[in-house]
Ligand binder design. Structure first.
Ligand SMILES: Cc1cc2nc3c(=O)[nH]c(=O)nc-3n(C[C@H](O)[C@H](O)[C@H](O)COP(=O)(O)OP(=O)(O)OC[C@H]3O[C@@H](n4cnc5c(N)ncnc54)[C@H](O)[C@@H]3O)c2cc1C
Ligand code: FES
Length: 256
């Protein structure tokens, strides 16, 4: 099946000053996405910007899916202006996605900032099993919590300045949770998406405690299909393409 398809914008609404939620309805047959997979979206039919932009599956809807995105530069500034009824071209779902936790595993899902866009479909999929640690710099950057309620087992919000939830980082909160005696005898598994320093620290903690951690990486992508080698990262097995062998890697594989 071709991974190229068109979709109609059903809604493109701001969730705060610099983040939007895009709701799409495919016009062609679309392959069923897995949590952690992503799409390459053609922002403009012209040459500028030429390259498609990568966005994670946020959540599946009845007749399509949603993408949660941060307005960052030129491409996302154009995307935010696209109105209901506009037809866009996409490629996807791409990448490997998150391996699902086994029945006996306790899933810790850690999101830093817009990293929530990648992990939420996993939280939804594993139905009330996720201990979700969701952090941002300030309370204004924590959103969609109402929409997420009912899907996780537990939500712990953290902000650097304490303006929402616990003051401190999600990594500290995750680490405290891992030290809780009630976890004794259980097998934790970590899933995370967020800024690189956060992922690196989670990888370090997971390795020190002998826990499996799956990290979703972000690299600049030109093709999204493994052809340009523009997105490689170093792993113990050599260089790997984030768009093809990733974006999810076991923390122990990555050479930081
Ligand atoms: C697998 C994957 C999934 C992603 N999922 C999401 C998501 O769900 N929501 C979201 O808001 N963002 C996501 N991103 C980041 C998103 O792709 C960039 O924010 C976006 O491409 C920025 O485009 P721009 O033109 O607005 O920014 P500019 O800075 O103008 O972009 C210039 C170039 O750099 C690339 N680029 C810039 N920032 C990034 C970045 N962080 N990662 C990769 N390429 C970048 C752009 O694609 C473009 O080619 C994801 C990135 C990857 C690799
Ligand atoms: S973006 Fe081209 S190989 Fe990954």
């Amino acid at each position: 099946m071709s991974r190229s398809f068109r979709a109609e914008i059903r809604e493109n609404r701001p969730v705060n000053a610099n983040h939007n939620l895009l709701t799409l309805a495919p016009l062609d047959i679309m392959e069923e996405p897995r949590p952690g997979q992503f799409y390459m979206i053609e922002i403009s039919r012209g040459l500028d910007p030429l390259l498609k932009r990568a966005f994670s599956l946020f959540r599946r809807t009845r007749d399509g899916f949603q993408i949660l995105y941060r307005i960052k530069g030129k491409g996302t500034s154009i995307l935010r202006e696209l109105r209901e009824g506009t037809i866009i071209s996409l490629l996807g779902p791409l990448g490997n996605g998150y391996p699902l936790p086994a029945e006996n595993q306790t899933a810790l899902v850690v999101a830093g900032g817009i990293g929530i866009a990648s992990v939420f479909s996993l939280v939804e999929r594993i139905e009330k099993r996720a201990h979700l640690f969701y952090g941002a710099r300030v309370g204004d950057e924590i959103f969609m919590t109402d929409e997420m309620s009912g899907y996780y087992r537990e939500l712990l919000v953290c902000t650097d300045d304490g303006s929402c939830g616990r003051k401190g980082t999600v990594v500290e909160a995750m680490n405290d949770f891992l030290s809780d005696p009630s976890l004794e005898g259980k097998e934790p598994v970590i899933y995370a998406c967020g800024p690189q320093p956060m992922l690196r620290e989670i990888g370090r903690i997971a390795s020190a405690k002998g826990i499996t951690a799956y990290l979703s990486l972000e690299e600049h992508m030109a093709c999204g299909i493994g052809a340009c080698l523009g997105c490689v990262v170093r792993t113990k097995e050599g260089y790997r393409r984030v768009c093809k062998e990733g974006p999810v890697f076991e923390a122990g594989e990555i050479v930081w």
